[in-house]
Every structure is written in structure tokens, then in C-alpha cells.
Design a binder for this molecule. Structure first.
Ligand SMILES: [Zn+2]
Length: 181
């Protein structure tokens, strides 16, 4: 649930059967989050926030609501671009190099560009849409190669090299960017 607050913008309220009392934290998006016992009403959550306003302001690095909005918008635009591009690009390389995967999932985790799971699902970060094409393609063939090697062994890198001769350089350059929005 989300409550709108004049000062903090959107505040995420997480109801948890395990929570005994109300706790404040900062979500990955920089929003204020409250975990509350399952039966807590909106009214109580708001009242608790009002009573602790000063403490929250002093102790927690809540992002400016305008900044939250800008990031939300950017994420939406990236997601749209990603949806129209990444699954097709993945399919293109899979066909080209003869890989079979189960499905393509789009993510927006802050830490990884992509992953490949043992059930042959390839996850690609929507932040890839901010990268130069060569790096984006590198991440895609990297994840495809994981379909055959679920590690970063010599054999794995040899397979990546078959599809991207510049992979070492691309891997290095990738470290200069962050997948987070
Ligand atoms: Zn890898």
C-alpha cells in the first residue's frame, strides 16, 4: 500500500503478520517505507508517521518527492524501450548462435546487468537500454553462453570469445556504468 504524504511523497506501507511494531526504513527507490503489523489501518499508519515526522526527517535519507517522480518516469521510459527491444535482440543472437532458452525476463535490479538461471530463464536489466550497443550485445551473448556453462570458467570465456572477440574490453568498460535507474 502507498500513502501520499506532502513532505515525503509516496510512502510505502508494508503490512506484515510478523511485525510487532511500526518500523521506518528507506526502500531501494529512495522512498520512505514503513513496516507495520498486518491489522494496522491507514489512519493509524498516517498518525504514526505524523508523530514521528521530525525523527524521520533527521535520521532517514528520504529522497525528495520530485526526484522520486523523475526516477519513476525514467524507469517507465526505459521499461518501454526495453520491452520493445531486448527480447528481440536476445532472440536474434540465440537464433544466430544456436541457443535455446526458456524465457526472457526484464528486471530493474540495481546490481546486475543480466543473469541466467538453471531453468534457462535469461533476465536482462532494463538499464541496458542506457548502454552503447556493443556493451548491450556483449551482456546478451554473455548470458546466452551461461546456458552452456553456469560459471565463469575458462570454457565459458572461450565460448563468449566465439561471439564477441572484444569481450575483455567490453567487460572492463561495463564496470564504468551502473545498471540502476
Ligand atoms: Zn556471468
Amino acid at each position: 500500500m502507498i500513502i501520499e504524504d506532502d513532505e515525503f511523497g509516496e510512502v510505502i506501507v508494508r503490512k506484515s503478520p510478523l511485525a510487532r511494531n511500526i518500523k521506518f526504513s528507506i526502500s531501494t527507490s529512495g522512498r520512505l517505507a514503513m513496516s507495520v503489523p498486518a491489522h494496522t489501518s491507514d489512519f493509524l499508519a498516517r498518525r504514526f508517521l505524523n508523530r514521528n515526522r521530525e525523527m524521520v526527517r533527521e535520521k532517514l535519507p528520504v529522497k525528495d518527492p520530485r526526484e522520486q517522480k523523475a526516477r519513476d518516469y525514467q524507469k517507465k521510459v526505459l521499461m518501454k524501450k526495453a520491452r520493445e527491444y531486448l527480447p528481440y535482440r536476445l532472440e536474434y543472437f540465440a537464433k544466430l548462435y544456436g541457443y535455446e532458452y526458456e524465457k526472457c525476463r526484464l528486471t530493474h535490479a540495481n546490481t546486475r546487468w543480466g543473469s541466467c538461471s538453471s531453468n534457462r530463464t535469461i533476465s536482462l536489466n532494463i538499464g541496458l537500454m542506457k548502454l552503447p550497443e556493443a556493451l548491450r550485445d556483449y551482456v546478451i551473448v554473455h548470458e546466452l553462453a551461461h546456458l552452456n556453462h553456469m560459471d565463469h570458467s575458462k570454457d565459458f570465456w572461450a565460448e563468449v570469445a566465439l561471439h564477441d572477440k572484444n569481450y575483455k574490453n567490453h567487460e572492463k568498460k561495463l564496470k564504468m556504468f551502473s545498471p540502476g535507474v
